[in-house]
Design a protein around this ligand. Sequence first.
Ligand SMILES: Cc1cc2nc3c(=O)[nH]c(=O)nc-3n(C[C@H](O)[C@H](O)[C@H](O)COP(=O)(O)OP(=O)(O)OC[C@H]3O[C@@H](n4cnc5c(N)ncnc54)[C@H](O)[C@@H]3O)c2cc1C
Length: 235
Amino acid sequence: MKYFLKEYEHIERWKDLRKDLFRNEEPAIKLIGMTTPTEEMAAQGVTSETLPAYTARQSHESAGTHEDDLRLNKKLISWEHLTCLEAVQFVYYVTGVSKSLAGQWTRHRIGIGWTFRSTRYVKASKNMFVYPALEYIDSEDTAREVYRAYEREHRHAMDVYEEIKGLGVRNQELRRLMPVGWSTAAYVYVNARSLRHFFELRLDGSAEWEIRRLAYLMFNDVMEKAPTLFEDFLE
Ligand SMILES: Cc1cc2nc3c(=O)[nH]c(=O)nc-3n(C[C@H](O)[C@H](O)[C@H](O)COP(=O)(O)OP(=O)(O)OC[C@H]3O[C@@H](n4cnc5c(N)ncnc54)[C@H](O)[C@@H]3O)c2cc1C
């Protein structure tokens, strides 16, 4: 990870131990789309990143270069003039996150939405599990032992799943057997303002480790795409 925040420290300390665990899945994100200016605007030097500053110039009917707009982005954020950040929408494909994470994530109501994989329509037979980071456990032996316990429970859930599936139980009831560590996948649609709010709450050390890990992955990605809209989080 290029952009490091101390709140991320240790989260991946036992990642290697998880590699061969039963149906283990690690989180991954992929940018699917991002608002881009029209050809006419692009010809004037406006980019996805400078859309907020460019549109905010309406208030004074001012004009500026690309560099001016990058600087203005940062000023707008410091002034909390944030509506213009809604000009930039991101669409991510997120995999390897748990049902537990989904419960927390979907509490965010403004400027964000999802399409999750349906556990009514998609069979669980191929589904994976998200194992906890256990970053607060210092002993490798203890971490291994805890992972083995999770593994046992995940295998057991799948065994019972197959057993009652054989008796004709449908997906929508079968899914009730699955622990909250069951992995899911989603497309998330979020604008830059809402993403900042998500980072404010979920990059913080007080946030639960899995959603903090996801926030960290997304933060590192948007820092590559539109740094001026997010880099103040590094301060
Ligand atoms: C560390 C941490 C611990 C948490 N623990 C728990 C917990 O134990 N139990 C639990 O149930 N939840 C918990 N939550 C979830 C939390 O209460 C929020 O539901 C979640 O973080 C979404 O935040 P939000 O409402 O600010 O976001 P959004 O829903 O995206 O809202 C964004 C902003 O819009 C405004 N807004 C949105 N809706 C309204 C409204 N109806 N009225 C007025 N203003 C509005 C607010 O300014 C809000 O901050 C926790 C969150 C964190 C970060």
